[in-house]
Write a protein that binds this ligand. Structure first.
Ligand code: MN
Length: 325
């Protein structure tokens, strides 16, 4: 971590100079997106800097237990007005992933951009880039940032940051689990992080219809013997028939990562906007799924990655195919 200390100082200096900061986390936020956002919120409140918390899409219900999520704005007007002189973007490998690329193209004379992330495919799009691919999560990086300046960790912020670490490591079950992620988690627990509340809300929160959806995905599992890749699909019709939104398909890829024979697993999900989202996972040491994701214009980590393509899923006698709309 020591190699990042000069960058911590640079970020602090920029924040000290700023009048109004906007902190942006990626759209369709997960535990780490919100954990790191609320961690930065804690810092900015302590140093008394005026700021806006922004996410293009709403906080999913299962993460609303996190303290202060009601302060997060989804109002795009914040991005259009030139009211901020510093932009901090969290947990986003590029601006498109964050969901703000279109908006930024319209702003003249973009203010200073700080990019804080742990995705190995990060594009280093900021003026200042705090990118640490060995970190379990962006929340872990934010913990180190707060710790470096010896700032107090309240129960609330400890809960938010631990949520980020627990969700990105799949409760310490995937390869993002490192000595550092455990050490930081231990410190967060000592600071009073409410771990039971985190587990109840993030891992024991499956609804009946969500499990029925997973059932459909399980019944369609295909194992390609040549590539060793296991695939499945979820269509918009599945979501419609079960009366649930397509975000309920999140998590299925992590669950399937337990399939014993798989070299890698791919879940394709139809989205409402005419795109298909691919989620890739592997537990094999010699497989790098971010390379497959990059081939389809996406990115991510070696063991967990994703992409989005245009099209629809169609069942044919040869199997499921991606077709143009
Ligand atoms: Mn993350």
């Amino acid at each position: 971590m020591t190699e990042f200390f000069p960058i911590f100082q640079k970020i602090k200096d920029e924040i000290d100079k700023a009048n109004k900061v906007i902190v942006i986390t990626h759209q369709n936020p997960d535990g780490d997106a919100l954990g790191s956002l609320l961690g930065m919120h804690h810092y900015l409140r302590l140093v008394k800097t005026d700021h806006t918390l922004f996410c293009l899409t709403e906080t999913p219900d299962y993460l609303k237990f996190l303290p202060d999520t009601e302060h997060i704005s989804n109002d795009e007007n914040h991005l259009m007005k030139n009211e901020h002189d510093l932009i901090i973007i969290l947990d986003s490998g590029d601006l498109q992933y964050a969901g703000v690329d279109k908006h930024f193209r319209k702003i003249k004379g973009l203010p200073v951009v700080i990019n804080i992330d742990h995705h190995p495919t990060n594009q280093y799009y900021g003026h200042i880039n705090l990118v640490h691919p060995q970190a379990s999560s962006t929340s872990e990086i934010i913990f180190h940032f707060l710790d470096y300046f010896r700032l107090p960790i309240t129960k609330e912020v400890a809960t938010s940051l631990l949520t980020g670490i627990l969700t990105d490591t799949g409760s310490f079950s995937n390869l993002a689990t490192t000595p550092s992620s455990m050490e930081v988690s231990s410190k967060l627990l000592t600071s009073g992080a409410r771990v039971r509340e985190i587990i109840t809300n993030t891992f024991r929160n499956k609804s009946l219809s969500q499990l029925q959806l997973w059932g459909r995905a399980l019944s369609r599992l295909k194992h390609n013997k040549k590539t060793g890749i296991v695939t499945t699909v979820l269509t918009q019709q599945d979501f419609d028939e079960l009366g649930i939104d397509d975000e309920s398909g999140e998590g299925i890829a992590n669950f399937l990562n337990n399939v014993e024979q798989a070299r890698a697993i791919i879940v394709l999900r139809e989205k409402l906007d005419g795109t298909i989202k691919g989620s890739l996972r592997t537990t094999q040491p010699d497989v790098d799924v971010s390379k497959i994701a990059e081939f389809f214009g996406g990115g991510g980590h070696k063991k967990a990655a994703g992409f989005t393509i245009k099209g629809q899923l169609k069942e044919t006698p040869q199997g499921w195919q991606v077709v143009k709309k």
